[in-house]
Design a protein around this ligand. Sequence first.
Ligand SMILES: O=P(O)(O)OC[C@@]1(O)O[C@H](CO)[C@@H](O)[C@@H]1O
Length: 445
Amino acid sequence: MACNIDQFLDQNTPINEPLRGKYMKSFGYHSLMHRMPDVFTAMTDLLKAEQFNLGNKEEINDVVDKLELLLSEILNNKPLRKIDSTSTLSLMWNQLLEKKFDSDSIVTWFETEWLFTENYLYIRIKEICEKTKTLNNYDPFKELKFKAFNESETTMIAIAKFLILQFSKKELDNINLKTLFIQMLKICLWGNRFDLSLNIGKSKNINEDPLEAVVSLDKYILADHSDEIWNTLNVSNDKNPKIIDIILDNSAYELFTDMCLADFFITYGFAEVVVFHGKSIPWYVSDVTKPDFEHFLNCLVNECTSSALQQIGNRWNNYYKTGKFKIECEEFWTLPHCYSTMATEDSELYKKLACSQLLIFKGDLNYRKLIGDINWLPSTTFKSALCRFQPTAVVALRTLKCDCVCGLNCDYETKIDENDKDNNYRCSTNYWQVNGKYAVVHLSK
Ligand SMILES: O=P(O)(O)OC[C@@]1(O)O[C@H](CO)[C@@H](O)[C@@H]1O
């Protein structure tokens, strides 16, 4: 053990409490103590490989040393410190750190709320790169995100061919339109399984048939509001222009599925504009930045050999050029705030989101921020877990990768027992919350 274990409790996070790494049976403890070394190894391996491309061996070695010191700080549960940078985001972080230092007697990696310290990790990584001459805009995860794109090409081609066929049909009656919507919604949901921070260093070839997967995976959805979301989409209101916002998660395959869903909204008139919200700095290994978004479109148009992907890529690139697809990377998404504080912490963003028909939050980290990273009782309703965050209709599409969940039907344990009765990998009581196998489709309006 790298740090004083007296500060740790051999239990899970207490009910209705925020997740903290000090609870040794929690995913936060496992992530900080055992997953972060893998994330750091992946970063330093990529940097060492870059030495021969960037020709700045000395500076890269210095960054590698600083990353190793940062990892040692985490594993030894050291106190957090302010960010040594003058960037706008760093100054915002330093205001939050000052408040934290004033309010909490102990501010360390494992004692402080895990949501805060895990988000803080990525601004510390940004600080290390920012202080260099040749790596100040370097994305330590870029190569991993590019590789993930190549590993998902087969499945993307299958979906592209399916979409082109659907879009070629003149008219879809309401039943077929709803069927197509739910297929796109669930392809988008399951696109969240492929998150590099969980599978760091392991290649994740995605070869499944996405349409078959939507059917076979339905039994792993523990709360499914797809029908209610469809009904909400069909309720007209006087908001103009019709905008739908997708708060993004991971690049590569997940981003592809997000754009498929966005194309459905544009093609069938549910939205005139889809606004994607990305991250302003490299985040959680595979989260989408604006360079990732534009690189992704460029890959589809110029690097793929598949005519279907080129056709879809040109279609989406045209949406992007004509303003039907927009990407915005507000600082708020790379601060540690739970979304229930958005109305006060970033009232401009809250007002902007209030103009939307629908907000679709993708993935686990967004979900955690939606529900305050609290260890709710699973039967707690999604609406109450949002703690009055409701700028407009809110959807969460999330595969469970972290031990906090809400809004589950009373039969969720029966479902899990039926699904996993033959598998002996039930290594812990909350294994189903952290292995990315189960999912929720929530709506609050
Ligand atoms: O948001 P995503 O990409 O679906 O998942 C983010 C994640 O990998 O990071 C945290 C653990 O480090 C968890 O929220 C989750 O496991």
